[in-house]
Design a binder for this molecule. Structure first.
Ligand code: CP3
Length: 354
């Protein structure tokens, strides 16, 4: 086992002291990087990139060669799970994800099975192993999955949506069916994340991109409950270290205390909350990950630096903060601006850790 040379990210998630605030970016391997676009072109399409472990490893490493990041994130997608369940995922150029066989009838839910992870998603575990070897202890590797609710929205809508008509229709009219679907997804996500941990993921994150479209009652019943069940059944220690779990509900600002109470180690924040206010609300229960508005990266280096400084100041002194964007980095961002962001976090955060 190679020793981890930079464990700032893992320590911060466990609220242990660090020398400076660790930083990584959601979607750090992505289209804003010319080298990513080149590798993607070589792969032919996005899913082939995900399903070819050597290429997935290559794009995972690309942002780490450019920037002084404190964590790597597995290159994959949350929609590998519905794909493995037989829904047939494909990406239409410029249109986002689509499914050949979305869930449209009650019988579709009955027919779904928890996939054999090694058989159907072995390419993800292979990527995790190769990336760990390539990282050689430089920084920890984050594994991830979508939340059951967020996966269900794509599976029932058949792709992205603006109005969530089908998935909400099913939730309101057939809550029993929705629970059946979420139950199968929660089991699958649990096995999937545990397999990633067994293959070498050193922390895991659950992306609940669409939990924030629910009412408080429905959020607890249809999203949070299932994430909590997953947290309770994850492997929490591997290679002699704790494996921290981060939950991220976009637009989940009203429910941060509830999220913190699931037993997770960290809560991801989008940019619609003040991180200092959230810290007061949750106390020392969890670490916080976030939360710069990703569009600040379109501004000048000076403005980016100022924004980083304001967030650090709002969080204040002491451990428990992992710096990140409040959502994924956008594709038209200049890569040099991302570099200015990462450097600003390290430079400006040192006084808060004395
Ligand atoms: O963060 C990383 O660098 C790791 C890789 C990663 C991707 N998707 C790669 C990707 C992660 C963690 C995700 C998560 C993901 N995927 C989420 C949750 C986070 C969020 O953004 O809210 C969701 C909802 C998806 C589903 C998905 N995948 C959508 C809606 C799209 C198309 C949207 C778009 O940006 O075009 C994808 C495609 C996708 N996943 C790309 C990347 C780099 C772009 C594909 C391309 O190369 O064209």
């Amino acid at each position: 086992m190679t020793e981890l040379k930079n464990d700032r990210f893992l320590k911060a998630l466990l609220r242990e002291p660090v020398d400076m605030t660790p930083v990584w970016m959601m979607r750090q391997a992505g289209r804003y990087l010319p080298e990513y676009r080149k590798t993607r072109e070589k792969a032919g399409d996005f899913m082939t990139l995900c399903k070819t472990p050597d290429l997935a490893c290559e794009v995972t490493m690309q942002p780490l060669r450019r920037y002084d990041l404190d964590a790597a994130i597995l290159f994959s997608d949350i929609l590998t799970i519905p794909d493995a369940m037989g829904l047939g995922l494909y990406f239409e150029q410029g249109e986002g994800p689509k499914f050949e066989k979305p869930i449209t009838r009650p019988a579709d839910v009955d027919a779904l099975f928890v996939p054999d992870i090694e058989e159907e998603l072995g390419y993800v575990m292979a990527a995790v192993s190769i990336i760990r070897r390539e990282l050689d202890g430089k920084v920890p590797l984050i594994g991830f999955s979508g939340s059951p609710w967020t996966l269900a929205t794509y599976m029932v809508e058949g792709g992205g949506t603006k109005d969530f008509a089908k998935v909400k229709g099913m939730m309101f009219d057939r809550p029993d069916l929705m629970h059946k679907l979420l139950d199968k997804l929660a089991d699958t996500v649990t096995v999937y994340l545990n397999a990633q941990i067994a293959s070498g993921a050193q922390a895991v994150m659950i992306f609940d991109t669409w939990g924030g479209i629910l009412t408080p009652r429905d959020y607890k019943e249809f999203s949070l409950q299932y994430m909590q069940r997953i947290v309770e059944n994850l492997t929490r220690e591997a290679e002699g270290r704790k494996v921290p779990v981060v939950l991220f509900t976009k637009n989940g600002h009203c429910w941060i205390e509830d999220i913190a109470n699931t037993g997770c180690d960290g809560v991801g924040l989008d940019w619609t909350v003040d991180i200092g206010d959230v810290r007061k609300r949750v106390g020392d229960r969890v670490a916080l990950q976030g939360n710069m508005d990703p569009t600040v990266l379109y501004a000048s280096h000076e403005r980016i630096r100022k924004e980083v400084g304001l967030i650090l100041e709002s969080y204040g002194s002491g451990p428990g903060h992992v710096f990140n964007l409040g959502h994924g980095i956008q594709q038209n961002v200049d890569p040099e601006h991302a570099g200015a962001f990462v450097n600003a976090v390290h430079e400006l955060s040192k006084p808060y850790h004395r």
